[in-house]
Design a binder for this molecule. Structure first.
Ligand code: SF4
Ligand code: MG
Length: 320
């Protein structure tokens, strides 16, 4: 295994009317080549912003993003456009991300046209090859997105993301807009493609059963910060952070093919705009003490590959 991506103290702030929105606040992690890191959290926790910052589609405010050892926030424009081919995004809503006036053929061909350096013949071969890979029948090549169902549209989105032979993909809720019956098909397809090409995924979702199904490691985010990170099985069997415990307790985790329930937590959400010092989860945490409202907990390695950001993680879990 070798590290493909290493993120150090990453920050992304947005200047908004009422102050500074801390969308991503001091997040660190690394991903090995060929693995899937699931990033899970409620909407507004900063996971989509994080995904876009990783691809450098948004500038970071602070910290470093090392891709194969190189800081993507500091490379030259030319190097960045080379890296862009290797790093791609799969969107949540395939319908919104596809141009309605372009056929499947044109849609899949377009990234190659933009990148340049392909002959017409090469592009044609590649379009058909990718259609085979993602399971789109070749006879559909001249159809338009509106003529297809959600699953096929997402296959086009995946095809587009794959056509430049990327190595690293950020998948932002790629199955959330799909019928549950289609979700497993798309997830299986993504796994098959990953195995065949040793792709590395960051898989962003609010859906615990999806993240469990697809990820090797999982990072749980809460209001811009990492609260817990562990290998997938370990996280589900042994959640240590009060927020993760609440998430897992709130939902029975059925098989990905079945209907799922939504995550709900009580208590007031802390604002990510000009956040006060202290743990961001303190307003909802049943274990919160004075210190939690004063100091932001740092991530601590509790056991092998299992990190938690909580002042009282030892006490709460009886770890000595
Ligand atoms: Fe709860 Fe305090 Fe731990 Fe935050 S640091 S999760 S408020 S116990
Ligand atoms: Mg989102």
């Amino acid at each position: 295994m070798s590290t493909l991506l290493e993120v150090q103290h990453l920050q992304k702030y947005f200047d908004v009317k009422s102050g500074m929105l801390h969308a991503v606040d001091d997040v660190s992690f690394s991903i090995e080549k060929g693995e899937t890191l699931g990033i899970v959290g409620e909407s507004g926790c900063g996971k989509s912003t994080l995904g876009r910052v990783l691809l450098h589609l948004l500038d970071n405010t602070g910290g470093r993003i090392l891709y194969k050892g190189e800081d993507v926030t500091k490379v030259s424009r030319q190097k960045l456009s080379e890296l862009r081919k290797e790093m791609q995004l799969i969107f949540q809503d395939p319908y919104a991300s596809l141009n309605p006036r372009m056929t499947i053929y044109q849609t899949i061909e377009e990234p190659m046209k933009i990148a340049g350096g392909y002959s017409k013949k090469e592009m044609e071969e590649k379009v058909y090859e990718i259609m085979d890979t993602v399971g789109l029948a070749r006879r559909l090549v001249n159809t338009y997105p509106h003529e297809l169902d959600g699953g096929r549209r997402q296959r086009i989105g995946i095809a587009r993301a794959l056509v430049l032979n990327p190595q690293f993909l950020v998948c932002d809720e790629p199955v959330s807009a799909l019928d549950v019956s289609i979700q497993a098909q798309i997830l299986n397809l993504m796994q098959d493609i990953q195995e065949a090409s040793r792709l590395t995924y960051v898989f962003i979702t609010h859906d615990l059963s999806v993240v469990k199904y697809i990820s090797n490691h999982i990072m749980v985010m809460y209001l811009g910060q990492m609260v817990e990170k562990a290998e997938s099985e370990e996280l589900f069997e042994n959640p240590l952070h009060p927020y993760t415990k609440a998430l897992l307790a709130a939902v029975p985790i059925p098989d990905v093919r079945h209907e799922r329930k939504r995550i709900k937590l009580k208590g007031e959400l802390t604002s990510p705009i000009n956040p006060k010092p202290g743990c961001r989860f303190a307003s909802r945490c049943p274990y919160a003490k004075d210190m939690c409202f004063k100091e932001n907990p740092r991530a601590e390695m509790i056991r092998d590959k299992h990190e938690v950001s909580c002042h009282f993680v030892h006490e709460i879990n009886n770890i000595h």
